[in-house]
Design a protein around this ligand. Structure first.
Ligand code: KPL
Length: 307
């Protein structure tokens, strides 16, 4: 494994070993980056078998370290559930210095404001990716889909930091796009999740079943409401474009169960508050009614509480 970057690559720390975090860890190793996964508990056997998109199997031993005792790092990737972002960063607070760059990568929106407030001196990046990965058990990772990745700095950052960090991140899950305003990309992904996740969870179906005629009215209503909120926010977008994006993801992930479906099935907390909840909160601020999103928010919240 070689370092393909023209300068000493920054030391990378990845919070957790979820599917996307593990995929990024695997890519870091392939690129020759120095990388550690920060975990709550050290397991005895931390080997991992990775099946890549070409079906090739790789065996690796991820470098793990306790989140309470991280090794030195320059770049902190936080690919965890939206509601875990602030708690894990607070846990790491005493190890975080103002030079370290923090990258947030999760479904939903609303965490960046909180992180900016708690870490006002750190360069922050928000990211979203459509790469797919599955982790059927702790030692197995399957790369299920090549996607694309969008990044954006949240606030002003000096050129040296940009030059050191952007190529490192761009190489991980290519093609990568850097945005002046990442919020439009985040809203577009939010719209996809606000359509697929609650509907698949409530109706207990795989993503692909949402292509069925019976769901099209609900999908159109959700897209109409979200397009109105986005437009009121200054992101001029049509309901038809959001609908087209959602239908593409429904087709591309037809056999998958959405993360929210799985969260409810396995009695885990879902990200509804950061997906549909964020749409409703912004709609409320902007005086822009979203009754169907509101109904789905209540339905999923109720399903979560009976679990
Ligand atoms: O991000 C997803 C999720 O399940 O959370 C989608 C894009 C809907 C794929 O399942």
């Amino acid at each position: 494994m070689q370092n393909n970057t023209p300068w000493p690559a920054p030391k990378v720390a990845i919070v957790g070993q979820g599917a996307i975090g593990s995929l990024i860890g695997f890519k870091c190793q392939k690129l020759g980056y120095e990388v550690q996964h920060l975990v709550r508990r050290q397991r005895q056997q931390s080997y991992c078998t990775v099946t890549d998109l070409a079906g090739k199997t790789h065996h690796l031993t991820p470098n793990t370290g306790l989140i309470t005792q991280p090794q030195q790092f320059d770049l902190l990737l936080v690919p965890v559930k939206a509601y875990q972002v602030l708690p894990v960063l607070r846990q790491l607070q005493s190890f975080i210095t103002p030079q370290q760059v923090i990258v947030l990568l999760h479904n939903g929106m609303g965490t960046t404001e909180q992180v900016k407030e708690s870490f006002p001196n750190n360069p922050l990046i928000a990211a979203t990716t459509s790469y797919g990965a599955l982790k059927p058990d702790a030692n197995t990772l399957i790369e299920t889909g090549k996607g694309h990745t969008h990044f954006g700095w949240l606030g002003q950052v000096d050129t040296a930091t940009k030059q050191a960090i952007e190529p490192v991140l761009s190489a991980l899950l290519p093609p990568s796009y850097w945005h002046q305003d990442i919020n439009l990309a985040l809203w577009k992904k939010l719209a996809i999740n606000a359509v697929i996740n609650p509907l698949s969870a409530i109706h207990n179906v795989r993503n692909g079943e949402l292509a069925d005629h019976q769901y099209q009215r609900d999908i159109s209503t959700l897209c109409d409401e979200i397009a109105k909120v986005m437009t009121a926010q200054g992101y001029s977008i049509s309901s038809a474009e959001l609908n087209k994006n959602a239908q593409q993801v429904i087709a591309a992930t037809a056999n998958n169960y959405s993360s929210m479906h799985q969260d409810l099935k396995f009695n885990r907390k879902s990200e509804i508050e950061f997906i549909t909840g964020y749409v409703c909160a912004k709609a409320n601020e902007l005086n822009c009614p979203v009754p169907f999103n509101q109904r789905l928010l209540e339905q999923v919240t109720r399903l979560e509480s009976v679990n």
